[in-house]
Write a protein that binds this ligand. Structure first.
Ligand SMILES: [Zn+2]
Length: 174
């Protein structure tokens, strides 16, 4: 559970490892939070079922039907996480594009467009968040300078460990 001063409404995010993160506006009572989560119980259960199906060899399959099936869900999820982290960074960006890329998790263009592989939404929580923070920080620092990594560290302090895990996957981050 996270409390955010800027959040205007309750928000739930579920990750494929079963992690559930709820963000609540400051001042919302425990009772209201509980009611919200109970109302969402069916949605939560169906998501968990859904993720269970994708355990295993999912990440190296490249399938257009899967992409079309998950694209909008991924857009919503990634959009929510960007909103969450950009409450902190406050960067300007142009568009968020969800793509079916073979070799990339994400990229940021000079025009300020953020591009993400739809599979980011199916990664474990801390890895998905790191990829999102990485691309978000390129809006400010279009390089991998010390200044860039300092910015990333402010919301992803364990990025070095996560990068090691990511290196074992076949996809890159740009
Ligand atoms: Zn980068």
């Amino acid at each position: 559970m996270r409390t955010s001063r800027r959040a205007k409404r309750m928000r739930l995010s579920i990750y494929c490892d079963g992690n559930l993160v709820a963000t609540r506006p400051q001042g919302l009572s425990e009772n209201s939070v509980e009611r919200f989560i109970i109302q969402k119980a069916n949605w939560i259960l169906s998501k968990l079922e859904h993720f269970k199906k994708f355990k295993g060899n999912f990440f190296f399959r490249n399938n257009k039907a899967e992409y079309l099936k998950h694209k909008e869900e991924a857009r919503k999820f990634i959009g929510n996480r960007i909103e969450h982290f950009n409450n902190f960074y406050n960067f300007q960006f142009n568009r968020i594009n969800i793509r079916n890329q073979k070799t990339r998790w994400g990229s940021c263009s000079k025009k300020g467009n953020l591009n993400f592989n739809y599979k980011v939404a199916l990664l474990p929580a801390r890895i998905a968040d790191y990829i999102i923070v990485h691309e978000l920080c390129h809006l400010k620092e279009f390089n991998h300078s010390k200044e860039f990594w300092d910015l990333v560290s402010r919301t992803a302090p364990d990025h070095r460990d996560i990068r090691k895990e990511l290196r074992n996957s076949r996809l890159n981050l740009h």
